[in-house]
Design a protein around this ligand. Structure first.
Ligand code: VGL
Ligand code: ZN
Length: 207
């Protein structure tokens, strides 16, 4: 079984969104082409899905500015702008994403007391979403991952896939992803590579 994991392709991470990633919208046609390629037996999409009082929001911390380091649950935490609040347009998938062919939507980030970059578990490491079990039950042997943002949710989802799904070939689809900072993207790619992940482009899949 070959599966595609689309990470957080939501309005909030596209231009006009509350935590916009440069060029975030440019990956939508690439993701759609991957979905339509017929190469995947299973398509999963993760969705950042925060309550309005989420502890990763600078607005919840007296005197904190966005994009500075704060603390959450005793751990260092990047202070984000309010984003992907449950039930708002910011949290919806990009309107052009072909979501009719998505088999499972994995929501994350619902606990206000801990952030959750990975689609598999929260940042404290103890609460699993269940996505690992789902992919195991489906007998997935190959998992391609892309989406937003490369340096946060994509990276941690990829690295958890490697850890939780031993024997599964995990690949990162670079041109179908965008990140927040250039250094963060470079570090994320180096870290994923060091964990045995192949870095590929959509053309490698569709040729
Ligand atoms: C993300 C920061 C905060 C992401 C989610 O999807 O990469 N980044 N929440
Ligand atoms: Zn978030």
């Amino acid at each position: 079984m070959k599966a595609l994991l689309l990470v957080d392709i939501q309005n909030g991470f596209c231009p006009g969104g509350n935590l916009a990633v440069e060029g975030g919208h440019e990956i939508v046609p690439i993701a759609n082409a991957l979905i339509a390629s017929g190469r995947y037996d299973l398509v999963v999409a993760s969705q950042d899905w925060h309550p309005a009082n989420h502890g990763s929001f600078a607005s919840q911390h007296e005197g904190k500015n966005v994009f500075e380091l704060g603390e959450l649950g005793g751990q260092p935490q990047m202070m984000w702008p309010d984003h992907c609040v449950q039930g708002t347009a910011d949290a919806e998938f990009h309107p052009d994403l072909d979501n009719a062919k998505i088999d499972l939507v994995q929501r994350k980030g619902e606990n206000p007391l801990v952030d959750s970059y990975s689609a598999f578990r929260d940042n404290a490491g103890d609460a699993l979403t269940g996505l690992d079990g789902y992919l195991r039950d489906k007998r997935v042997t190959e998992l391609d991952v892309c989406g937003l943002a490369t340096d946060y949710c994509v990276r941690f989802s990829v690295e958890d896939a490697v850890e939780f799904l031993p024997g599964v070939k995990v690949r990162f689809v670079e041109d179908a992803s965008r990140g927040i900072t250039a250094e963060g993207i470079a570090q994320a790619i180096a870290s994923m590579r060091a964990k045995g992940v192949d870095v590929i482009n959509s053309a490698d899949i569709m040729r």
